[in-house]
Write a protein that binds this ligand. Structure first.
Ligand code: 3H9
Length: 712
């Protein structure tokens, strides 16, 4: 028999209602049914004078069951039945909060009449991150409890607040140390003895002083400037405004209507996809859960450039000592100086205390020789992106690192298997591709070589979570998942310049989709010289499927010393950091076009730019899947959202492709092959794309057995 999700126990005059639905006590249908049953039973029990609602396991209810929203299960009407029952409950209900009381979980606590929280508890309404709004009365009850302004800020930000702050705000009534359930029972007894009436949030007026003039108008204006595709924020503002202007039941109806609009929006579906995809990435097919991870307590970094320094910060941030090796004292000093500046900036913003800065800096030690790395458990090389140099470094690391130490390369594109071979101990080697700035960006591509030990892989995936990264495992290929796909995007973006589009036109089209920066602003920021060198190196390696105009503009700009923002000109000219259109680019592109016989046109529309930049990228994603370089389409989406700022409300390129329809994409690929020619195979469809499109399927429909697995 299945374990009950809700258990009722009557202890003297208090009914203890316990929710036990691991891992996070989500308010699933079974829990809702169990709660209604337990509450009705307690109501009929003459011994019961009060109810304490609490949870087993690591947390109070962390929200509605998000998976139910996608499963097409019938509406959440029974939630409202449960909440109505609690609101009108004839005996006082005390919610006992521990862990994270989030979303529908906090709403469950808000509809209870009193709230007691453990000191370590956190509360919040994070629905906005899922493109939703609190749909179980949260937008109506919270403003009545803590005021409209504070409630609006909390719901719009989706932030969690600690128990002490929740007490100060008026979200909880008491914060306790020690045993939470005992404290909640004591609280319930006090309520009974003092004959305290139930404090129903639904019956409270919103404090007028908490609604400064223009509150909602200003919130709408701020939102308009953010150009977000998330449907929730504007509706959250409307709901909190309704809490101020409408009676409770009417406000609740407004909330339910607007919640429904959010729930059925494509953006919320995309954000929910992101939620699960980011958790799924750590599940590595074929890897036993019983693997003993290698112990990592000391890290080494070779190469103290911007990347190396940023990588080192990740480990110092969690209290791990780091040895940084460079060839000269000057390079070490420069790097540690940059790290200190980064920490000082965090202190200035109040995110770090001066004492924490000192403590973190004290964990970083510079060294000029490899033997200093002998005691490290993990060494990450972050030297210049040059295969010969990286091979030399890995060979040296293979000699000096202690047996069992993991050797990682921060290469962004090179052959990890070749590096592993050079080390002489390939089972210990993998790629850890950090994104710049390495101490800020959440993505880590973990590159699994042909001989990488399964314990090594699992150790690094776990470690990545510990340092706050989202790890996505990639197989070995040029550029791994992200940079490999980005090549197609950049190729077409530059090709469009040759055909007559301007840099600002291409950037604007891409930005209209929701990316914060189009390709040319991005290239100017990254350094045109840096990216052009990558193209040259790849050309030399014979791995480029390329015609004579491949990335021709970037190569030309490098030749001209137009390296981007740092030299004051690149695809744009710069006044300070402001990019301005540069007629010189038009002339350069026109000359290149004439040389290569490309006819320039002036009718390139936004839609063509979007299709030509993104459809080949999606097609490459299909190849990445069919070759087993990525395990799942969702892994690719996680890479693009976290590493390349692809808009999360589109769910990542593969999820977006499914929404557009793969047959549409396939048809447009054929169209461009016919219009532009396909001499170099740029418009040849991946077999997987072709097959799915023909079958009217999407990437999301791929089963485990259909997915590649070369990574395994
Ligand atoms: C809502 O409440 C709407 C209501 O207002 C209106 C209703 C009408 N549902 O993150 P973790 C799973 S919307 C289903 O790795 P952590 C998660 O997928 C909801 N599943 O752990 C994972 O599964 P697996 C508002 C959920 O310790 C496992 O639990 N609430 C849910 O790092 C562990 O998760 C939120 O948005 C869920 N609600 O972090 C809170 N939550 O093991 C969302 C988690 O199979 N959740 N799972 O991969 C969180 O923020 C974090 O999970 C939490 C724990 C902080 C709780």
């Amino acid at each position: 028999m299945n374990k009950p999700l809700v258990i009722l126990e009557v202890r003297e005059d208090v009914a203890l209602v316990c929710i036990d639905n691991p891992p996070v006590n989500a308010l699933s249908r079974g829990v809702r049914e169990g709660l209604v049953k337990a509450l009705r039973q307690a109501a009929a029990d003459s011994r019961v004078s009060a109810v304490v609602l609490y949870c087993a396991g690591r947390t109070f209810v962390a929200g509605a069951d998000i998976a139910e929203f996608d499963s097409g299960q019938p509406s959440t009407e029974d939630i409202h039945e449960l909440f109505g029952l609690l609101d009108g409950y004839a005996r006082p209900v005390v919610a006992a909060l521990h862990g994270t009381a989030l979303g529908g979980g906090l709403e469950l606590a808000l509809v209870s009449h009193f709230r007691v929280a453990s000191r370590s508890a956190k509360v919040g309404l994070p629905e906005v991150h899922l493109g939703l709004l609190p749909g179980a009365g949260g937008t109506q009850r919270l403003p009545r409890l803590i005021g409209a302004k504070a409630a609006l800020e909390l719901i719009l930000s989706g932030k969690q607040v600690a128990a002490d702050q929740a007490l100060a705000l008026g979200i909880v009534d008491e914060v306790v140390d020690g045993d939470l359930l005992d404290a909640a029972i004591v609280f319930a007894h006090r309520v009974i003895e003092e004959h305290r009436p139930q404090r129903r949030a639904s019956a409270l007026p919103v404090n007028p002083a908490s609604v400064p003039a223009g509150l909602f108008e200003q919130a709408r204006q701020t939102l308009a400037q953010q150009r977000s595709g998330n449907p929730a924020p504007v509706r959250i503002i409307a709901c909190v405004e309704a809490a101020v202007t409408q009676p409770f039941t009417q406000g609740l109806a407004t909330e339910q209507r607007l919640f429904g609009e959010c729930l059925h929006s494509p953006a919320s579906a995309a954000l929910r996809h992101r939620f699960f995809a980011e958790r799924e990435v750590s599940k590595i097919p074929g890897l036993s859960g019983n693997l003993t991870p290698r112990s990592i307590s000391r890290v080494g970094v070779v190469g103290a450039g911007t990347m190396g320094g940023g990588i080192a910060m990740n480990f110092a941030n969690i209290g791990m000592p780091v040895v940084i090796v460079e060839t000269t004292q000057a390079a070490l000093d420069r790097s540690l100086g940059i790290v200190r500046k980064n920490y000082e900036a965090a202190v200035a913003k109040g995110r770090l205390s001066p004492a924490q800065l000192d403590q973190r800096m004290s964990l970083l030690r510079g060294a000029l020789d490899y033997p200093e790395l002998a005691e490290c458990d993990l060494v990450i090389e972050a030297v210049f992106e040059d295969l010969a140099l990286k091979k030399q470094v890995c060979a040296r690391l293979g000699q000096v690192c202690r047996p069992g130490a993991i050797i990682a390369s921060n290469t962004s594109s090179l052959d990890v298997d070749a590096l592993a071979q050079a080390s002489g101990r390939p089972a210990d080697v993998l790629g850890m591709h950090f994104f710049s700035p390495a101490h800020v960006m959440r993505l880590l591509e973990v590159v699994r070589g042909a001989h990488t030990g399964t314990d090594v892989l699992s150790t690094v995936v776990k470690l990545a979570r510990t340092i706050g990264k989202v790890p996505v495992v990639s197989g070995v290929c040029y550029g791994f998942i992200g940079n490999r796909m980005a090549e197609c995007y950049l190729r077409e973006a530059e090709q469009l310049l040759l055909e007559g589009a301007t840099a600002q036109q291409v950037d604007a089209a891409v930005e209209s989709l929701g990316l914060p920066m189009g390709p040319f602003r991005m290239l100017d920021l990254a350094g045109v010289d840096v990216v052009a060198k990558v193209v040259i190196e790849r050309g030399k390696s014979g791995q480029l499927l390329a015609g004579p105009t491949y990335r021709a503009v970037a190569l030309k700009l490098m030749e001209l010393g137009r390296y981007g923002q740092k030299t004051g000109s690149g695809f744009y000219r710069y006044e300070g950091r402001t990019p301005l259109p540069d007629p010189a680019i038009e002339q350069i592109c026109a000359a290149l076009a004439a040389r290569h016989g490309i006819i320039r046109r002036h009718d390139i529309a936004e839609q063509e730019i979007i299709e030509r930049c993104f459809y080949p990228l999606i097609n490459e994603g299909a190849k990445v899947l069919e070759e087993g370089i990525a395990y799942r389409p969702g892994d690719i989406d996680v890479v693009w959202i976290n590493g390349y700022s692809f808009p999360d409300y589109l769910g990542g390129p593969m999820f977006w492709a499914d929404q557009l329809g793969l047959s549409t994409i396939a048809a447009r690929m054929d169209h461009y092959a016919a219009q532009l020619g396909n001499e170099h195979g740029y418009w040849s469809q991946a077999a997987l794309l072709k097959r799915l499109a023909a079958a009217g399927r999407g990437f999301a429909s791929l089963t485990e057995s259909e997915l590649g697995g070369a990574t395994g």
